[in-house]
Design a protein around this ligand. Structure first.
Ligand SMILES: *[C@@H]1O[C@H](CO)[C@@H](O)[C@H](O)[C@H]1NC(C)=O
Ligand SMILES: *[C@@H]1O[C@H](CO)[C@@H](O)[C@H](O)[C@H]1NC(C)=O
Ligand SMILES: *[C@@H]1O[C@H](CO)[C@@H](O)[C@H](O)[C@H]1NC(C)=O
Ligand SMILES: *[C@@H]1O[C@H](CO)[C@@H](O)[C@H](O)[C@H]1NC(C)=O
Ligand SMILES: *[C@@H]1O[C@H](CO)[C@@H](O)[C@H](O)[C@H]1NC(C)=O
Length: 451
């Protein structure tokens, strides 16, 4: 989905940085410490002991010292100032330590079903694009705890956060293209935030789908690479050696951090990749090349595309999402790629102007399930929404559960009340514990468990 409200969410998520960043070599954590946990640009918060953490220079991949921020004032307005957690320091360890509770086999497939913790079946989950951008570990733990107690098993998160101007206020970002030069941010306001998401997922038995770039400009996207690669469109991005080389460097930086983590459900090429107007081979070549590359780094975890499921399917009704032109892609052809383990599709009839909403969605789910059955891999309905109408959305869940080719579904999107207030409401959000959540989650989990 395209997330037009993400800037407000980013402001909220970045709220913990309302305090000014700690200057070079200043204290940034420790028991009893109540100040900012974030260091100025080019420095990260290094835990010395339980009582003292200090801002020290980033090594290697240094963060640019550009001072001007292009983020508009509205995006940096902090709505609610969250309390700063004093008993925690942001971990600086680069690799996630696998704890005893976190051992176990990696998720895999069995025919058109998924296997998690050795059990083959249908699994439900949800999406949280913002969780990796949170700065308070307790918030992350709370979400994971709520997911686990709800019976949701899979969480899809944004594994990218690209910027073209390096934030100087401590705002979380993962890769900067400031001045057209790429820098991967492995600091405390960089991939270390994703480290904590993975660690917390391990503790709570949640399995993550992590993607590497956005088609849309929210959190940077392919457009963030343009200046560096000397290109001006997403369609060129797929064919640009410069863009693809940096994209693969970024993939390597992320995958190598969690290669041995049992909390990875799958790596995902992109959020909603489209190559409109392109020859079908452009996207497919990119799917083949990138998935092969990921498998070369990590043979154990699954890989998927993150596509919306566009393209013709035998027996389809000919509506827009089934046109080759919708995404410059052929869902079934991508599904057949040997280094793609399962096949994703999304469902937003209202955004795609296809009606009637409920019925159109039902046949879309069934058509994809048939295509996946024919290929012999699971379909994952990994995003869906109908403006919070649970009559429609729960009916789709029941259809997906009954369709042989489908291995799971993830509703868009998870909501909760965190230390700074409610997470973003983009018109398709079910908040933990509310009526919509009971309808979308509690009812669905019961139906899955009673199979
Ligand atoms: C995402 O892809 C579509 C189709 O190619 C395109 O129209 C849209 O502009 C893309 N988004 C961005 C931000 O480029
Ligand atoms: C895909 O991989 C092939 C073989 O490694 C290479 O020749 C080609 O340039 C790659 N294409 C893209 C678009 O990266
Ligand atoms: C990408 O390159 C391939 C091989 O040269 C070509 O067939 C294809 O049309 C190109 N796609 C785009 C969008 O330029
Ligand atoms: C889409 O891919 C499927 C599976 O490879 C293939 O049978 C079909 O002909 C393709 N359709 C088009 C229009 O390329
Ligand atoms: C939800 O969708 C159903 C089926 O289309 C419709 O009858 C109902 O009025 C909708 N509910 C709301 C609150 O819009």
């Amino acid at each position: 989905m395209r997330h037009s409200l993400t800037l407000a969410a980013l402001a909220a998520a970045g709220g913990a940085f309302a305090q000014s960043p700690v200057p070079a070599y200043g204290q940034c954590g420790g028991q009893g410490y109540t100040g900012s946990l974030v260091c100025v640009s080019s420095f990260y918060c290094n835990k010395v002991n339980d009582w003292y953490s200090q801002c020290v220079p980033n090594s290697g991949s240094s963060v640019s010292t550009t001072v001007k921020t292009s983020i508009s004032s509205s995006s940096t307005t902090v709505v609610t100032k969250p309390p700063v957690t004093t008993s925690r320091t942001i971990s600086t360890s680069k690799a996630v330590t696998t704890t005893a509770a976190a051992s176990g086999p990696s998720p895999t497939t069995s025919g058109t079903k998924f296997v998690i913790d050795g059990k083959a079946g249908y699994y439900a989950g949800t999406n949280s694009y913002w969780i990796g951008f949170l700065t308070n570990n307790d918030d992350i733990d709370l979400v994971m705890q709520h997911l686990a107690s709800s019976g949701l098993k899979i969480l899809r998160v944004w594994g990218f956060n690209d910027v073209t101007t390096t934030p100087t206020d401590g705002t979380v970002y993962f890769q900067s293209f400031a001045n057209g030069q790429p820098t991967i941010n492995t600091g405390a306001n960089g991939l270390q935030r994703l480290d904590y998401v993975v660690k917390s997922a391990e503790t709570h038995g949640i399995k993550l789908i992590i993607n590497f770039v956005n088609n849309w400009t929210d959190y940077g996207g392919m457009a963030a690479y343009f200046k560096y690669a000397g290109i001006t469109s997403n369609t060129q991005w797929y064919n640009s050696t410069i863009a693809q080389t940096q994209y693969q460097r970024y993939i390597k930086a992320v995958v190598s951090r969690y290669v041995s983590s049992p909390a990875i459900f799958a790596w995902e090429l992109a959020n909603e990749p489209r190559c409109t107007g392109c020859d079908l081979s452009t996207l497919k070549t990119w799917v083949i090349n990138t998935s092969k590359y990921i498998k070369s780094l990590d043979a154990k975890h699954m890989v998927t595309t993150g596509e919306e499921g566009f393209g013709p399917i035998a027996g389809d009704d000919g509506s827009y999402p089934y046109q080759l032109s919708a995404g410059g892609s052929n869902f079934t052809a991508n599904c057949e790629v040997p280094t793609i383990d399962f096949c994703t599709y999304h469902l937003y009839p209202e955004s795609w102007s296809v009606t009637p909403t409920l019925e159109w969605g039902t046949q879309w789910i069934q058509a994809h399930a048939k295509a996946c059955s024919a290929v012999g891999k699971p379909c994952l309905l990994e995003e869906f929404g109908a403006s919070n109408n649970c009559t429609i959305e729960s009916s789709w869940q029941a259809t997906a559960l009954a369709a042989a080719g489908t291995g799971g579904d993830l509703f868009w999107q998870y909501g909760d009340t965190l230390s700074y207030g409610k997470t973003s409401q983009d018109g398709n959000t079910a908040y933990y514990g509310d009526e919509l959540y009971a309808c979308l989650v509690d009812k669905h989990i019961k139906a899955i468990d009673s199979l």
